[in-house]
Design a protein around this ligand. Structure first.
Ligand code: IFM
Length: 504
C-alpha cells in the first residue's frame, strides 16, 4: 500500500510566520483564573558554581568534561551564573510579570555523594532563591531531578541499579523537610525518558552508556523513584502541597494508514510514553512493551512485588513538556523519504525493542534544533491526556524554541520567529482548554539562554538573551511580548470565526 500523507489532526494549525501584534484584535478569555504564567530553567543548565557551597560532582560534570561529548567542549561550570545572579534573575521575572518560576534543585548540592545528611549550604541557596521569589509574589515550582545525578551514585550503578530509587526518595524527604514551608508544588522527575533512554540507551546524554537493557532498567527505577519520592513528599509536606511529574510525552503520528506504520506508532507510544504513563497513572506496564523488550531485560526480576503500587501513588497534576510531534514509519513505507532524527539517529538507538522504526520530519517550518513547528500537536496531546485521564489536571511545564538569534547593534534581540512559536502554542493550549482539558498553567522554556546539554551553548531557548562573555541579561522581543500576554491574561486571539465550532 503506498504511503499516504501524515495524518493531519483537526487541531493542526499552520504556524504564523510573522509575529502577531498585541494590539490588533480583542482578547477573548481563554485561560482560567489562577492560571500559572511561568518560565522554567534547570540547575545544571543555569546555575554554574559547580564547586561552590559544598556541591559534589554530578554525571553532567563528568560527561561535559569528557572530550567529544558536548559541542564545542562546553560545560556547565559557569553556565549563566544563576547561582550568584539569582536576585537579578528574579527581578527579570518580576518585570515580566511571571506568576510562577519552575527551577530544579541540584541533588549534589543537597547531598554531594547522593546519600547522607543534607548540606545546609546547599539548602540555603534554595531557601534564598525561594524567599526572593516569594517576596516578588512569584510562586516556586521545584523539580527534584533534572538529570544531574550525583556522580558517586552513578559509580554505584546509576539508574539501572535499584538502590538509586531509594536514595532519591531519601533526598526528596530531606529537601522537602527543609523547603516545604515555602515551596508547595513539587515535581519529582523531569523527562525520565531522556534520563533512561538518552542517558543509558543512545548515550548522547550523561552518563553516556549504551545498553538497551540498562536503559529499560533505568526507566523502571526512575518510575520507582518517582513513586517512592511521592510517598516521601506526602509524609513531610502539608496536605495542601501538590506533587507532580513532568513527562516529555511524544505526540506520535503514523506516516501512513498502512498497518505497519500504525504498528510502529503503537510501539513508539509504548516505549516513549506508556512506559511511564502506564505504571504511574494506571498501575501497569503495557503488555506489548513487556513482550517487545523481553529479549533485552528480565522484567520478572526487575519488577519486585509492590513496585507498581508504589509507582501508581496518586499525583495532583501531570506536567507535560511539548516541543514537536513525532512522525513514524517503517523501512518499506518510508523508502526514499528523508529521515529525521527523532532521537533515533546515531550508532545506538534510544528505542529498545523498536530500533527498526523510522522517524520522519513533520511538514512545515523548523526551529534551530531542526524540530518541526506544530502547535496542533500540543492541543492533541493535551486532549488525549484529558480523555485518557479525566480528572487529572495538566500543567504545560515546558514549551519553547531555539532560534538563531541575531543581536542588533544596540544589543537587542528581535525574535519574531520565537514570538510566533509561543503565540501558536499558547493558542493551542487555549484550544485544548476550550475543548475541555483542565490545563492549569504554562511554563515557557526557557527564562534565559542556557547550556543546552549535548548542544552546549550553541542553541538559545531563552526569552532573555545572555551574553556568554559578560553574562549580561537582555530581555528579547519575545520576553516583552510574553509580559504583555501575561498582563492581558492570554495571547490576543484572532477575531472569532463563526464557522469554527470551538469558538464560543
Ligand atoms: O533544555 C531542555 C530541557 O532541559 C528539557 N526539555 C527540553 C529542553 C530543550 O531541549
Amino acid at each position: 500500500m503506498p504511503p499516504v500523507p501524515p495524518h493531519t489532526p483537526p487541531h493542526t494549525r499552520t504556524p504564523a510566520t510573522t509575529a502577531p501584534t498585541p494590539e490588533t484584535t480583542p482578547a477573548r478569555p481563554a485561560f482560567p483564573p489562577g492560571f500559572a504564567w511561568g518560565a522554567a530553567t534547570a540547575a545544571y543548565q543555569v546555575e554554574g558554581a559547580v564547586t561552590e557551597g559544598g556541591r559534589g560532582p554530578s554525571i553532567w560534570d563528568t560527561f561535559s568534561h569528557t572530550p567529544g561529548r558536548v559541542a564545542g567542549g562546553d560545560t556547565g561550570d559557569t553556565a549563566v551564573d544563576h547561582y550568584h545572579r539569582f536576585r537579578e534573575d528574579v527581578r527579570l521575572m518580576a518585570d515580566l510579570g511571571l506568576t510562577s518560576y519552575r527551577f530544579s534543585i541540584s541533588w549534589p548540592r543537597i547531598q554531594p555523594t547522593g546519600r547522607g545528611p543534607a548540606t545546609e549550604r546547599g539548602l540555603d541557596f534554595y531557601r534564598a532563591l525561594t524567599d526572593e521569589l516569594l517576596s516578588h509574589g512569584i510562586t516556586p515550582l521545584a523539580t527534584l531531578y533534572h538529570w544531574d545525578l550525583p556522580q558517586e551514585l552513578e559509580d554505584r550503578g546509576g539508574w539501572p541499579a535499584r538502590d538509586t530509587a531509594g536514595r532519591f526518595a531519601d533526598y526528596a524527604a530531606l529537601t522537602a523537610e527543609a523547603l516545604g514551608d515555602r515551596v508547595t508544588s513539587w515535581t519529582t522527575l523531569n523527562e525520565p525518558w531522556c534520563s533512561a533512554f538518552l542517558g543509558y540507551g543512545s548515550g548522547v546524554h550523561a552518563p553516556g552508556r549504551t545498553d538497551p537493557g540498562e536503559a529499560l532498567s533505568a526507566a523502571h527505577h526512575l518510575n520507582l523513584a518517582h513513586g517512592l519520592a511521592t510517598g516521601a513528599l506526602r509524609a513531610v509536606l502539608p496536605p495542601a502541597a501538590r506533587v507532580l511529574i513532568s513527562l516529555n510525552l511524544h505526540q506520535i503520528r503514523p506516516f501512513s494508514a498502512d498497518p505497519a506504520d500504525l504498528a510502529a506508532a503503537r510501539r513508539i507510544d509504548a516505549v516513549g510514553n506508556r512506559i511511564f504513563t502506564g505504571p504511574i497513572l494506571g498501575g501497569e506496564y503495557p503488555e506489548s512493551l513487556l513482550a517487545d523488550t523481553a529479549h533485552l531485560v528480565d522484567w520478572d526480576t526487575l519488577l519486585h512485588p509492590g513496585d507498581l503500587a508504589q509507582i501508581s501513588r496518586p499525583i495532583d497534576l501531570l506536567g507535560v513538556n511539548y516541543y514537536t510531534p513525532t512522525v513514524v514509519s517503517t523501512p518499506g513505507n518510508a523508502d526514499g523519504v528523508a529521515r529525521h532524527d527523532g532521537h533515533g539517529a546515531g550508532a545506538h538507538s534510544p528505542w529498545p525493542g523498536a530500533e527498526d522504526v523510522v522517524f520522519l520530519p513533520a511538514p512545515g517550518e523548523r526551529t534551530a534544533m531542526d524540530w518541526p513547528i506544530d502547535p496542533g500537536g500540543l492541543t492533541d496531546l493535551l486532549l488525549r491526556l484529558h480523555r485518557a485521564h479525566p480528572g487529572l489536571p495538566l500543567l504545560v511545564t515546558e514549551n519553547g524554541a531555539a532560534f538563531d538569534d541575531v543581536v542588533g547593534p544596540d544589543g537587542f534581540v528581535d525574535d519574531p520567529a520565537r514570538i510566533a512559536y509561543l503565540h501558536g502554542h499558547l493558542e493551542a493550549v487555549a484550544d485544548a482548554i476550550a475543548a475541555g482539558a483542565d490545563v492549569r498553567g504554562y511554563y515557557l522554556w526557557s527564562l534565559l539562554d542556557n547550556f543546552e546539554w549535548a548542544y552546549g551553548y550553541g542553541k538559545r531557548f531563552g526569552a532573555v538573551h545572555v551574553d556568554y562573555a559578560t553574562l549580561a541579561r537582555t530581555p528579547k522581543a519575545s520576553a516583552r511580548w510574553y509580559a504583555e500576554v501575561i498582563r492581558r491574561g492570554g495571547p490576543v486571539r484572532q477575531a472569532p470565526d463563526p464557522d469554527r465550532d470551538d469558538c464560543p
